[in-house]
Design a protein around this ligand. Sequence first.
Ligand SMILES: O=C(O)CCC(=O)C(=O)O
Length: 438
Amino acid sequence: MSRYGSRFAIELILKLTNPAMKRILDIITVYMLLSELVAAFVPVRAFLIPKYHTNAINNQQPSTPHITSTSLLVGSDVSNLLYQEQEKLIVKRGELEETLVTNAKPLEATTIKVRGVGKSGGFGKSSGGSSSKASSKAEGKAYAKILKKEGVLRIENVLTPDTADAVREHLYNLRYQSEKEVKEGTIQPIQRFADVLLKQNRCDLTIPLGDEIISKALEESLCKSPVGSTIASIFTEDAILHEFSCLMSDSGSQRQNVHPDTPYLDGKGPVLYTCFIALQDVRLDMGPTTWFPRTHNKEAHDAFKDSSPSEGGGDSPKDNLIKTQSAALGTLSKGSCAIFDSRTLHCGTANKSDQSRALFYFSFKNPSVGYPGNPASIRQELANANLSLGALMDDLQSFSKGKETPLIDRLRSKTTTSSAPPKKKESLDINALMDDMF
Ligand SMILES: O=C(O)CCC(=O)C(=O)O
């Protein structure tokens, strides 16, 4: 979900070492994009970028699509090697950043007081899912106020434990199936896995609409918990589903570099709100997301983009920001979620446990924004559908009453028939955007 972040991190590292490296990076990026474009038209088996492995399914420590340098064919050798070099730089930088963050605390659940609704959560114990439309709107407004200020907030009980367990199992099965299909060459990696910063032992699995358990999870999180009303309170129900995916970081995944998912643009408001829902308890050793609250603003982004060492050899504004800004750890309990403004700085951290961590996630886009500045992790048929929050919620309400779900049904049939590879346009747009910024 963060090609913006990944290129951003690499550029800053290389610019620090040598300004001429930026040109080299541009050439590398163009080369990699060309390689990916070629890969889109050549059978997967003949031209794998990256190469995916299939292992036996195991929910504790599942098979991982990861990259190897052996057995790749000539066309991808160079870009794969370059990619590995980039990964090494990112890992080094991530290790450094880990030492800079000294004041991290768990992200606390937000408590609000709204007549007729629970205090700190969604569907579970506290609200009981019985809020009236008016109180749910008031609740969304109260959460939205905090979200706008903090850039990130936590809501409890967005999924019931049973739903979280069932979604987790469903998605690890989907991953297993997807890895198998990629390995067999029947689909291309990009049709199932989105780009993610530091791919080794980590994947971003895009999810189709239509399976009952996924509709249930969406119904609980968007209609029964305050998540839907919070997003609607800021973007209205015209907000567009931008991403729909699952981040899985397995044992051994390394710490990502701090990054925003979209740039801060002067005079513009929020463009995306992303909701990460934990499908199991996320312990400290499982690589929780780290957020830097209140960094979704110009001041923080200006500092973040400035990696030049201060006079006298002190910390750069970027490192100083990471050092001094308080950090919030996504040690979420099963079924709870964190919603964040895509401009808020954050990163996935290293999973040092022996258990894979899965975050079911979706993001909604401000309906008045065109391209928000990050390539979306979403199945192509869902992206093409321009699904509004309101339309999706209507279908989900109908689903909860056991009635028809015409929208979801239409998209389900597209999922099963669609085999066209996703368009590559966005990758090119993001580089144009980066060029504007540097
Ligand atoms: O895995 C996580 O906790 C965060 C992932 C992330 O921020 C990213 O991939 O852009």
